[in-house]
Ligand binder design. Sequence first.
Ligand SMILES: N[C@@H](CCC(=O)N[C@@H](CS)C(=O)NCC(=O)O)C(=O)O
Length: 211
Amino acid sequence: MPVLRVTPRSPFARKCLILAHEKGILDQIKLQVTDLYGKNQDIDNDNPLRKVPALRLDDGITLFDSPVICEYLDCLDGKPQFHPQEGTERFHALRLQALGDALTEAPQSHYKEAARPNKYKLSEMIDKYDAAIDRIMGWLEKHSELISGPLTIGGIAVTCGLGYVNERRPGWNWEKDLPNLGAWYKAIGERQSFIDTTKEANAERLGVPVP
Ligand SMILES: N[C@@H](CCC(=O)N[C@@H](CS)C(=O)NCC(=O)O)C(=O)O
């Protein structure tokens, strides 16, 4: 059985979990909770990027990073549903995935910069990451026709990005200013794959405290 290295909070691991859930193959993957910063770090054995997610296959080969793992999982049953296989549809989905991943990275980078000691912290960098969040979400609002329609890996990545923005910028009521994106996100939030992969649900599944 393939082993997916995760943390309960990781939005990139969540992409893989949502996709596997949507395809009904979540029970065919073993989840291994991973210590990224503590004493029991062994992620390097599976992923030289020292990041989750990583997927260890039965033959010992590991796959990373999340776009590669998601495409692998989607192709497992020979019926990729979330990665259009050709034409403009494929590149629209992949581009949206790139955007969703960047929307996840920006609050992550903001958080890391803000956590540095005051003498090293650069407010210009914090502003830059905030501006990236605003710019990406503004673009998605303007091009909301690209996220409507059947869910693709692009939509899944955007979902994980928005979820992570909400976690890192609590109380920001962006849905009022970005109504198209807000309505889309609200509908996605009702899918079982989304509900079952929150950090709380993941912590329960993994038997670890909620981070
Ligand atoms: N591009 C990677 C990003 C993965 C990533 O940033 N994972 C985070 C957790 S959400 C991580 O492992 N961070 C550890 C670190 O940066 O030290 C992917 O798509 O899988």
